[in-house]
Design a protein around this ligand. Structure first.
Ligand code: AQP
Length: 329
């Protein structure tokens, strides 16, 4: 099991948490899990160096605050394990230019940046993701729906490598929950909640002031009807709110529909605002406590990198050997 999150935005948003991180916490109990803060992915878009460093620690602190336990999983920073970039080069040499051009995340992100400003790093970042996954022989990758295409690319490249050079890599499968694979923007429930595409009012950052979060939930876009029913096609806004509430409280959607029968959207929003405040308040203080002790955080990340590196170095050595690179004496 392997997954990663970018240290780009400072705070994680609700989509990151419900789509990915929440599953990471659950899966550390049942799997040999590797989780990382993907700083090499972050620099595919211009970053301020001091902010990137601070955000990398902040991302690690948020993962621990969300429930990752370094005794139960391997948590590390991607750039601390140089084998990621090394394997990515080999994988770049197996990837078709047209194949990489079809990645929709690249198309979206480069369109937002402007074609002239998008970098080659942004173009090949799905291939770095391929290397991330293959290094650990991950068979499952817990992510949001927006990453499905990259897992498919990973399977294609693993298969290509295996058939050209002999069985080496495990073919991974995406681990995407139907319910929370795509959390939507609160103001525009047709688009996914995203740090770069959402408006500030549509994006719930977990480290925001709880009061501001409650306000965003209360002003979420719904529809002109009054019935609280889960129907993503006809009622995307209400369905998104039901999904969030159901996941955070462990109450089924059917139960929530029953609870709000005959009640208006105001009741749902005000309950959800309360649920959100109860969730983010301890999350924020736990994150802050972890940040207040950067030495412990750094040494924990160093231990994670050491463990990850042992496995990654083995996979890279085998890959180099299969490809025919002459070993250094
Ligand atoms: N709206 C979402 N619903 C469900 N899952 C989501 N993820 C992201 N948005 C949603 C999942 O979160 C994990 C980490 O994603 P990332 O490293 O790409 O983090 P990010 O850059 O903060 O995510 P954004 O907001 O989606 O970035 P942009 O705006 O740059 O595209 C992944 O597993 C992802 O699927």
């Amino acid at each position: 099991m392997l997954s990663g999150i970018q240290p780009t935005s400072g705070s994680f948003h609700l989509g990151n948490y419900l789509g990915a991180v929440r599953q990471w916490v659950a899966l550390q109990e049942t799997h040999d899990a590797f989780y990382m803060v993907v700083d090499l992915h972050a620099i595919t878009i211009p970053q301020d160096p001091a902010e990137l460093r601070a955000n990398t620690r902040l991302a690690a602190a948020q993962l621990l605050a969300a429930g990752l336990d370094p005794e139960r999983c391997t948590l590390f920073v991607q750039s601390h394990v140089p084998e990621h970039a090394q394997l990515a080069w080999v994988m770049n040499c197996l990837t078709g230019f047209g194949e990489a051009s079809r990645m929709t995340q690249f198309k979206d992100k480069s369109a937002r940046q402007g074609a002239d400003r998008a970098t080659v790093g942004l173009f090949t970042y799905p291939v770095l993701q391929v290397a991330d996954i293959l290094l650990y022989h991950a068979d499952q990758v817990p992510v949001g729906e927006d990453q499905r295409q990259h897992i498919e690319l990973t399977r294609d490249l693993a298969e290509r490598f295996n058939s050209r050079f002999g069985p080496t890599f495990t073919l991974p499968a995406p681990y995407i929950l139907k319910e929370t694979g795509k959390i939507y923007d609160l103001q525009d429930p047709q688009i996914k909640m995203s740090k770069s595409a959402s408006t500030p009012k549509g994006l719930v950052n977990l480290l925001d002031e709880p009061k501001a979060t409650a306000k965003k939930v209360k002003s979420a876009v719904t529809d002109t009807d009054t019935v609280i029913r889960f129907d993503p096609a006809a009622k995307p806004g209400v369905s998104n709110l039901l999904t969030i509430q159901s996941t955070l409280t462990g109450t089924s959607i059917a139960e929530l529909e029953q609870r709000y029968e005959g009640k208006g959207y105001g009741a749902l929003k005000s309950d959800l605002a309360e649920v959100m405040v109860d969730f983010v308040t301890p999350f924020r203080s736990r994150t802050q406590e972890l940040l207040d002790d950067p030495e412990t955080l750094d040494s924990l990340l160093a231990k994670g990198a050491e463990k990850a590196r042992a496995l990654a170095a083995e996979t890279l050595a085998e890959t180099y050997d299969r490809v025919g690179l002459l070993p250094a004496k």
